[in-house]
Design a protein around this ligand. Sequence first.
Ligand SMILES: *Cc1c(COP(=O)(O)O)cnc(C)c1O
Length: 250
Amino acid sequence: MICDLRFAIYDAGVSLPDNLNSIQQRISAACDRAGRDAKTVTLLAVSKTHPPETIRTAAGLGLLVFGENKVQEAKAKIPLCPGKLRWHFIGHLQSNKCRDAVHCFQMIQSVDSLALAQEINKRAADAAKTMPVLLEVNLAGEASKFGYTPERMLAELKEINALPRLEIHGLMTVPPWSAEAEKSRPHFRRLRELKAAAEQALGAPLPELSMGMSGDFEVAIEEGATLVRIGTALFGPRVKAKPRAEDDYF
Ligand SMILES: *Cc1c(COP(=O)(O)O)cnc(C)c1O
């Protein structure tokens, strides 16, 4: 299975070093346009569906932060990857997966309800950890996506902030899909404004804005992104395989 995937990836003509180089140049150029220091933007490599071998190669090129959207998949892969890596959870989190998520990840980017935040808090306390989180906002109210409405996020913010084992580091969003990056700009701008509103409500700064994917990360950086989540532009198209068993990684 691992070999099949690797061949699928490299047969498609994907060169990880070339892709990374080009993404880093595009990040720098976007930072220049926005008058930002490129060090303020972290490239989060979205490694979902890709095998540990690919992740090790990416780590060898200097990538340090990886994103996964399935707890089971991450739980199987992370032990096979270099120990120095940092892992962010970017998918929808079910409450029965919170215990594993707290063990596997250094940040959960997809908190979208008080109940979920309370469960993460409980599991983090069990593990004697403090969990950095982002609150996910569904800005366009898309029924197909998870995430808070802006109003509800602001309404629950203080109660989440009061949970002792959670640290709110900022906001995350996935805007409606579009082939045109510019279509994402108003959503990114809105998330930045919401972050300012949340900071005002909390009376404390929130450092992170996680927004921008392969198709629109430059626009996201121009609008203030500190974390860009990039999968396809780095690793090539994801292979739509059958649902993968844990064994597939061994
Ligand atoms: C898959 C995924 C990404 C990466 O998308 P690409 O278009 O492949 O860069 C980013 N964010 C989230 C939440 C994802 O699920």
